[in-house]
Design a protein around this ligand. Structure first.
Ligand SMILES: [Zn+2]
Length: 126
């Protein structure tokens, strides 16, 4: 009869220890789980937001860095990037982009050279 309470007590403390460990595991597990769920949710939100923000950012950048205007030579409307010399896809005229507008790219001396060439051709024809 004296052994029974001892065994019972041992079992009880063992059960209590197991219960405490189990509760601790649940508490730690729920904390860990909520942290994991939170980080996963944050990651999902970031993954969802990043392409949207990136898309808007890219659109904004493209709109800011692109210019849509008519070619000053043939009036063909097209889009080109700013800070870049471009050629008209319709007539092949070299164009410069100057604050939202296309202007003819005319390096200094081009008109004079063209005039001389015309004169030379005219002389040769005569
Ligand atoms: Zn053109």
């Amino acid at each position: 009869m004296q052994n029974f309470p001892k065994t019972y007590k041992f079992n009880d403390s063992g059960f209590g220890c197991l219960l405490t460990f189990f509760i601790l595991a649940i508490v730690l597990g729920s904390f860990g789980l909520s942290w994991i769920i939170n980080s996963v949710l944050i990651l999902i939100v970031l993954l969802l937001l990043l392409p949207i923000v990136g898309w808007f950012g890219l659109n904004w950048w493209v709109k800011r860095s692109q210019v849509t205007d008519q070619c000053p030579v043939c009036h063909y409307e097209f889009t080109a990037f700013k800070n870049m010399d471009c050629t008209c896809p319709n007539c092949g005229e070299n164009l410069q982009i100057d604050s939202e507008k296309f202007i003819r790219f005319t390096p200094a001396g081009t008109i004079d050279v063209e005039a001389i060439e015309v004169n030379v051709k005219q002389i040769e024809e005569e």
